[in-house]
Design a protein around this ligand. Structure first.
Ligand code: VNL
Length: 390
C-alpha cells in the first residue's frame, strides 16, 4: 500500500492519534516553488521547473529521513500574486523553504514574508543586485546583472568598441545593467551618448532600434530579460543594424540558450558576458545538458535552469547538514558558505552576502555541429557581485 493511502485509511479508522499525525507532517520537507509558468516569463518557469525535477530524479526525494515535497505554484510573474501564494505556502502548507522567483519584483514582494516567518528564500532567477539585501533570509543561486555588465564594460574598449548606446528593460535588473556598464565603460575611456529604456510589459523595440541606427554607435549594449532576446535580435536584423556596422553586445540574457538556436544568422558573432552557457565544456555540464535534454524532449537548458538546479542542490545540502532540525535559521546557516561544482563552473555562496560568487565568461555566438551556441573564449574567475555596498 502507498504511504499516503495508508495514512488516509489510518486517519479514517482513527488509528493515529494527534502525535501520529504530527509525526507524519514532521517527516515531510516542503519546498514551495513559485514560478511564472504562464504569461510573458513562462520560459523561465518551464526551465526552472524542469531543472528542479531533474535534480530530484537524480538525487532522490528522501533526504536525512525526510520526504522532500515540491509544491509548484504559478505566479504569472505578477508580484501581488507571488506575495499571496508565498503567504499561503507559509501559513497553510508550512513550507520549509520558498524558492524560484522569475523576476525581481516577485522576489522583492516576498522578502518581508521570509523575514517574518524565518523561512529561507532561495532566489533561482531574479538578478537585481539589491535583492539579497531585502531580507537576511534570501540566498541567491542565479547571478547579478552587475557581475555580467562590468565584465562586458572591460572587454568592449579593448576590442575596438569606444562608443556605445545602451538599451535595457526599465526595471531593477535593467537599471543595474545600465548603471554598471556605463560607469565602468566610461571609467575605461568609453562614451555612452544615449541610455534607452523599454518597458517590461509588451515591449516594442522598433522605435528604440531606429534611434540607435540614427546615432550609429560602435555597438549597442542590450539587457532584456530571458525570453525577450529573440524579438530584439529579429528587429536588429530586420533594420539592417548589423550591416550598418553596429555591433550587438550585452549580458548573456539576450542570447539565451532557450531561444538562441532559432535566432538565425543575425546572432552569429554576437559577444556577451554571462555565468552560464549550455556549451560550457566541462564534464559536469555535458552530463547536465544531456540529462536535461533527455528528460525534456530535447529542450536546451539555459541559465535559468542552472539557477534552479543549483538552488535545489543548496537546499538539499542544507537539509542533509541539519537533518531538518532547527527550523529556518539552521537551514539558512547551512546554506551559507556552500562551495560546489555547478554545470556553470565553480560556485560559492558567500556567507556574508548570501549571494552567488562564480566565473563570468565572455562568449561569442558560433555555429557548432549545425547549432548556434554561446562559445566561451575568456573567463574572469570568482566574481563577487560588484553591486554590494558592504
Ligand atoms: C531578471 C533578471 C529576469 C534577468 C530575467 O529573466 C533575467 C529579473 C526573466 O531580475 O527580473 O534574464
Amino acid at each position: 500500500m502507498h504511504k499516503r493511502s495508508f495514512l488516509r485509511t489510518a486517519i479514517a479508522l482513527g488509528l493515529l492519534g494527534a502525535s501520529g499525525l504530527t509525526m507524519a507532517q514532521d517527516n515531510v520537507f516542503k519546498i514551495g516553488l513559485i514560478l511564472p509558468m504562464t504569461g510573458q516569463q513562462a520560459t523561465t518557469g518551464r526551465q526552472i521547473e524542469a531543472a528542479a525535477r531533474l535534480w530530484m530524479a537524480q538525487n532522490g526525494d528522501t533526504i536525512a529521513g525526510k520526504k522532500v515535497q515540491l509544491i509548484l505554484k504559478d505566479d504569472t510573474s505578477v508580484p501581488d500574486v507571488t506575495r499571496r501564494l508565498a503567504q499561503e505556502l507559509v501559513v497553510n502548507e508550512k513550507v520549509n523553504v520558498l524558492a524560484g522567483f522569475g523576476i525581481t519584483p516577485s522576489a522583492l514582494a516576498v522578502a518581508p514574508i521570509a523575514t517574518q516567518s524565518k523561512t529561507p528564500l532561495v532566489v533561482m532567477a531574479a538578478a537585481t543586485s539589491s535583492i539579497t539585501e531585502a531580507s537576511p533570509y534570501v540566498v541567491r543561486t542565479s547571478f547579478t546583472l552587475p557581475q555580467a555588465a562590468v565584465a562586458m564594460a572591460d572587454w568592449a574598449p579593448k576590442n575596438g568598441i569606444k562608443n556605445v548606446v545602451t538599451l535595457v528593460t526599465d526595471y531593477g535588473p535593467g537599471l543595474d545593467a545600465e548603471r554598471f556598464f556605463k560607469s565602468r565603460f566610461e571609467f575605461n575611456g568609453g562614451k555612452v551618448p544615449e541610455a534607452l529604456r523599454v518597458p517590461l510589459r509588451n515591449p516594442d523595440f522598433a522605435p528604440f532600434l531606429q534611434k540607435v541606427r540614427d546615432l550609429k554607435p560602435d555597438a549597442l549594449f542590450v539587457f532584456v530579460p530571458s525570453g525577450a532576446g529573440a524579438a530584439v535580435m529579429k528587429q536588429f536584423g530586420e533594420r539592417g543594424m548589423d550591416k550598418a556596422g553596429i555591433r550587438l553586445i550585452g549580458t548573456g540574457d539576450v542570447t539565451d540558450d532557450d531561444q538562441l538556436n532559432d535566432m538565425g544568422d543575425v546572432a552569429l558573432g554576437v559577444v556577451t558576458s554571462h555565468h552560464y552557457s549550455a556549451y560550457h565544456p566541462s564534464a559536469a555540464n555535458k552530463k547536465f545538458v544531456a540529462d536535461f535534454q533527455k528528460a525534456n524532449k530535447g529542450m536546451r537548458p539555459n541559465f535559468m535552469a542552472v539557477g534552479g538546479y543549483d538552488g535545489m542542490r543548496v537546499i538539499y545540502e542544507a537539509l542533509k547538514k541539519t537533518g531538518g532540525k532547527g527550523g529556518g535559521d539552521a537551514l539558512l546557516a547551512a546554506m551559507k558558505g556552500q562551495i560546489f561544482e555547478s554545470p556553470r563552473g565553480p560556485v560559492f555562496i558567500d556567507a556574508q552576502t548570501r549571494d552567488v560568487v562564480h566565473n563570468i565568461y565572455l562568449r561569442k555566438v558560433e555555429k557548432k555541429d549545425g547549432q548556434l551556441h554561446n562559445v566561451e573564449f575568456d573567463v574572469i574567475k570568482d566574481v563577487k557581485d560588484p553591486g554590494k555596498t558592504k
